[in-house]
Write a protein that binds this ligand. Structure first.
Ligand SMILES: NC(=O)c1ccc[n+]([C@@H]2O[C@H](COP(=O)([O-])OP(=O)(O)OC[C@H]3O[C@@H](n4cnc5c(N)ncnc54)[C@H](OP(=O)(O)O)[C@@H]3O)[C@@H](O)[C@H]2O)c1
Length: 318
């Protein structure tokens, strides 16, 4: 991949500003650390303030500069996600930076073992893995539009391919009121995120903004450590083997592919692409490439964002 020049004609990396969601631990933390080490100013989010502050210290120490800020945010609600743009603008001010974001990495994700509802009354796996990236992106869009070469990197998963196990229409029973299985809910949410990424890349064509989906590959993180045979029933007979394989997944290595997509490559190399854990363009699950399906996915996101109980103050179409 070729390195683009830095916005404003500066040296590549020197003046870029990057937001990574869910980055006080796991793959997001390593992505933020890698990008900060390349010279970017980095903002990270997470729920736990202490973990966030510890992460800021570790990232700043590794990067050798102090342009690292933590924004406390629980990405499970539309209300918080819809207000992230304001919080980011405020933190950029603290860093003495103008209201501009060059890269957004929608990293936050998770799998809930049992069906859980958010404060919006939405199924949590869908809310955190799909709706959060959509609403966060909409919220910070004016900041991205202030960049000379903005990009939006959405962290998905090869598990999206398992969405074929979701019974019936992929957009029916969107909150999985019937037969909740964590891995299926996660697979569908990641597939919807991939479809929305392609819709965004179509919508943004000609504006100079790149949107890509990336699969970091397996990593031993809080999310994988919390998996049980209940979450992934199809693995129950090979579970010890799967665990062995998962434990070997280094989150720093997984983060490298996210950082690469966030940092390098031209618009044409990145936009609309699904980048695999090997850093190469890969194939989306079939239905994802269908523009009619992508439009349906965007409409679903719009309805969910509009109707959310916490949506007061959230305006406009995601
Ligand atoms: N790990 C894998 O094998 C793997 C494979 C493919 C794709 N992925 C994808 O990669 C991304 C990162 O995964 P990971 O394994 O690194 O996850 P992880 O270790 O569980 O992520 C932990 C980070 O996310 C934050 N977080 C979790 N829920 C949050 C919420 N509701 N709001 C705000 N922050 C939240 C945590 O901070 P707090 O707890 O303080 O909030 C922490 O900073 C996800 O999108 C995941 O689906 C992972």
């Amino acid at each position: 991949m070729t390195q683009p020049s830095g916005p404003g004609g500066g040296l590549p990396g020197q003046s870029r500003v990057v937001l990574v969601t869910g980055a006080s631990a796991g793959i997001g933390f390593h992505t933020a650390r890698e990008i900060a080490a390349r010279g970017a100013s980095v903002l990270i989010t997470g729920r736990d303030r202490r973990r966030g502050k510890d992460a800021v210290r570790a990232i700043a120490a590794a990067a050798g500069h102090a342009r690292v800020e933590f924004i406390p945010a629980d990405h499970s609600t539309v209300g918080v996600n819809g207000q992230l743009g304001e919080a980011v603008t405020e933190r950029l001010g603290v860093l003495g930076l103008p209201p501009r974001l060059d890269v957004l990495v929608n990293n936050v994700g998770g799998i809930f073992a049992t069906r859980t509802l958010t404060a919006d009354g939405y199924e949590a796996t869908l809310a955190v893995n799909f709706l959060a990236p959509v609403v966060v992106t909409h919220s910070v869009l004016p900041l991205l539009q202030a960049s000379a070469s903005p990009r939006c990197v959405n962290v998905t998963s090869s598990l999206a391919w398992l969405a074929r196990e979701v019974p019936g229409d992929l957009l029916a029973d969107i909150h999985t009121a019937r037969d909740y299985v964590g891995i299926r809910a996660h697979a569908r949410a990641k597939l919807l995120t991939a479809a929305w990424t392609l819709a965004m890349s179509r919508q943004q064509a000609g504006t100079g903004m790149a949107a890509a989906a990336v699969n970091p590959g397996m990593a031993w993180t809080a999310m994988t450590q919390a998996l049980t045979p209940q979450v992934v029933p199809s693995w129950r007979y090979v579970y010890p083997l799967v665990r062995l394989f998962q434990k070997r997944g280094d989150p720093a290595r997984a983060a490298r592919v996210c950082a690469e997509v966030a940092w390098t490559g031209s618009l044409a190399e990145i936009s609309g692409r699904y980048i695999t854990e090997h850093g190469k363009p890969g194939r989306y699950p079939g239905v994802v490439a269908d523009p009619a399906f992508q439009d349906q996915v965007v409409a679903v996101a719009w309805d969910l964002a509009r109707d959310a109980a916490t949506a007061a103050g959230h305006r406009g179409r995601p």
